[in-house]
Design a binder for this molecule. Structure first.
Ligand code: PMV
Length: 348
């Protein structure tokens, strides 16, 4: 069939989990439900160029450049992802792809780019499906993009909606399921729609244990069953907190989730530790600041040493001077990224 060469372009943001996904089974399905805020500034811009392949080979034909430079490792990873998608999108074998991708944040900043990167690519692919065949309706489009993102990197499936998203089956959240995330944007209290998330870069070094290995270690973690039950319960509670706008209940659960995630790493067999001394130094100062000022500033962590500081817009001025005066000293290169809850991906 006649396919003229073309290009699709999407910007997609990262997300920060409030209740964490940790442990998976089957084809990248979560052991427990999770809920996240979609971010605004931390995003990936991806252009997917395609043309008909001269002769279709056995595999896929994918080249990827990051910030204008061809990247072999990412090209191979993306080719693997496309090959996994062949049962869904057999046409991927008939085309040649040149992907250009760039992140809004410094490449080696120690900020995970898999959620923004995978979701941006998935959005381009669903767009391509619509161009080659029949365009999907709006809801269907983002569900499919979330589904494809999940196959690339689990937590990426929550990045395709603005505000907040739930992944996994939760009582009280309509349509929630393990295959793709659903938006809970309409359930967000105004206080949380304008929430801040400042990301403190404690260390830019490569993590000693990857997320993939971390999920795997949950299979032999002695606390796994209790953890999955807790996370399921908490995701439901967190959705309710987000609706009520209760910033204290929010913060208590947020910090407990961060420390529980790292406790699971410390109780794995073999155990491991991703937080650094400066992570703890910052945590102590945040707790002290909260005691003294009664400001609802709380932290969370991903699978790494960097801290996310979450707080209401009304407290932004006070928190930002606190960060500048007392926390930047503990950061790698004195760097932090000021981010906030975002509106979701956009077609460029
Ligand atoms: O999506 P993955 O496989 O990289 O797992 C990431 C898991 C956490 O970031 C630690 C938590 C989460 O829910 O995003």
């Amino acid at each position: 069939s006649e396919v003229t060469p073309g290009a699709l372009r999407w910007r997609s943001p990262s997300n920060i989990a409030l209740v964490k996904y940790w442990g998976k089974h089957g084809d990248q399905l979560p052991r427990n439900p999770s809920v996240s805020f979609t971010l605004d500034g931390a995003a990936t811009d991806t252009t997917l160029r395609y043309e008909v392949r001269e002769q279709s080979g056995s595999g896929v034909d994918v080249k990827l450049s990051l910030d204008g430079v061809h990247n072999d490792a990412f090209s191979q990873r993306t080719a693997k992802f496309f090959e996994r998608l062949l049962p869904i999108y057999p046409f991927l074998k008939q085309l040649s792809f040149a992907i250009e991708t760039k992140n809004s944040f410094p490449h080696s900043a120690g900020i995970a780019s898999s959620a923004s990167g995978m979701s941006a690519l998935a959005l381009c692919l669903v767009d391509l499906e619509g161009k080659l065949f029949k365009p999907l309706g709006n809801a269907e489009f983002f569900e499919k993009a979330s589904y494809l993102s999940r196959l690339g990197s689990g937590s990426a499936c929550r990045s395709v909606y603005g505000g907040a998203a739930v992944w996994g089956k939760v009582d009280g959240v309509a349509q929630s399921n393990e295959e793709f995330a659903v938006p809970i944007t309409d359930k967000l209290n105004p206080t949380f729609q304008t929430y801040h998330d400042d990301i403190l870069l404690i260390s830019k070094s490569e993590k000693s244990v990857s997320s993939r290995a971390g999920h795997q270690l949950m299979e032999s973690n002695p606390y796994a069953t209790a953890r999955y039950a807790q996370a399921k319960q908490r995701t439901g509670e967190m959705v309710d907190i987000l609706r009520r706008g209760d910033v204290e209940a929010f913060g208590e659960m947020l910090e407990s989730e961060a420390l529980t995630l790292h406790a699971l790493m410390m109780s794995s067999r073999p155990p491991y530790l991703l937080i650094r001394p400066n992570t703890l130094a910052v945590i102590e100062r945040i707790q002290e600041f909260r005691r003294e000022t009664k400001t609802p500033l709380y932290f969370t962590l991903d699978a790494g040493p960097n801290l996310h500081l979450l707080y209401p817009h009304a407290d932004a001025e006070q928190v930002k001077s606190f960060i500048r005066e007392q926390l930047l000293f503990f950061c790698d290169d004195g760097m932090y990224l000021a981010d906030r809850v975002g509106k979701g991906p956009e077609r460029l």
